[in-house]
Design a protein around this ligand. Structure first.
Ligand code: NDP
Length: 294
């Protein structure tokens, strides 16, 4: 069965739109910082700002030159930190090589870090805080599973990939106590031995690798739940574009063996955007509440 991230994300966007339709004196505002013109980043940023407009969130796009100095980029971020009209700040990754993402991200005010990448928010996540800003892709996967009534409590979840953006926070979210969590988590990476054997014991596989069709049918236990995070461009002369987008899972081979599977596109991607909107709305509500107390 298909796990329809696109549909669930649409429902979440409707809920936010509804909540914003009355009773607020201003719109929430998300600032997206784009450094350079990396084509996939340009596409992702446009999708994010379009989704903001659809639900009633204002967005500011800060487009900065690829050769910007780190100090100048940090100054731009600090301006957004100090702007009372800005509720959320997202720095689109990856950054050009001369910029240190860890250094840049830690200059975002943690209270506006709606992408959940600031060390303070990641630290809180690892300490079990269920109310911090969690990174949007893993949060979206957790919400998608919950809304699809897939209970991971006590299940063996294999996360393949250990990036700060997806793999590590995914494991942290699923290890937490509380609804949608309490899983037994294994994290695999490029140095993992016997991955196929480990994968065969997993009730849920979350693939965040960046290798087209890496997870094959012989790695999947019958009835397992498969979440495909990967977005890979492969040559395909049968398409007008000359390429197609595929995930990290061999969808056609795996779909009849598993119980649930996310498509690429239309699975995890839309959930990532829905969580960005949801985190921005959460920041807006928090900041409004603080303002009304002062
Ligand atoms: P990274 O490149 O940062 O991390 C990839 C991870 O996969 C690393 O931990 C790496 O291991 C591991 N890996 C690579 N090769 C293998 C292998 N042969 N066996 C086991 N593990 C392997 O990628 P991201 O986490 O940022 O993204 C992963 C994928 O998800 C990409 O395709 C990306 O485009 C996509 N993505 C999709 C999003 C969405 O919204 N749908 C959002 C974010 C990402 P090691 O650490 O040892 O190098």
């Amino acid at each position: 069965m298909i796990l329809d991230g696109k549909q669930i994300a649409g429902e979440i966007q409707q809920e936010i739109k509804q909540a914003l339709s009355s009773g607020h004196t201003r719109m929430p505002c998300l600032a997206v910082v784009l450094v350079g013109e990396n084509p996939p980043s340009v596409i992702y940023v446009n999708r994010k700002t379009k989704a903001c407009a659809e639900v009633g969130i204002k967005s500011i796009k800060k487009e900065l030159p690829a050769n910007i100095a780190e100090k100048a980029l940090i100054e731009e971020i600090e301006q957004l930190n100090n702007d009372p009209a800005v509720d959320g700040i997202l720095v689109q990754l990856p950054l050009p090589h001369h910029l240190n993402p860890m250094n840049v991200i830690q200059h975002i005010n943690a209270e506006k870090d709606v992408d959940g990448q600031h060390p303070e928010n990641l630290g809180k996540l690892f300490m079990g805080d269920t109310d911090t800003f969690a990174p949007c892709t893993p949060l979206g996967i957790k919400v998608m599973l919950e809304r699809s009534n897939i209970d991971v409590s006590g299940q063996h979840v294999l996360v393949i990939g250990r990036s700060n953006l997806v793999g590590k926070p995914m494991a942290a979210l699923l290890m937490q106590t509380g609804p949608g969590a309490n899983a037994t988590v294994t994290v695999a990476h490029s140095r993992t031995k016997n991955l196929k054997e480990i994968a065969m014991t997993a009730d849920v596989i979350i693939a965040a690798i960046g290798q087209p069709k890496f997870v094959t049918a012989d790695m999947v236990k019958p009835g397992a739940v498969i979440v495909d995070v990967g977005i890979n461009k492969i040559d395909d002369s049968t398409k007008g574009t000359g390429y197609q987008i595929v995930g990290d899972v061999d969808f056609d081979a795996v779909k009849d063996k598993c119980s649930y599977i996310t498509p690429v596109p239309g699975g995890v991607g839309p959930m990532t955007i829905a969580m960005l909107l949801s985190n921005t709305y959460k920041s807006f509500l928090r900041r409004q509440a603080i303002k009304s107390q002062t």
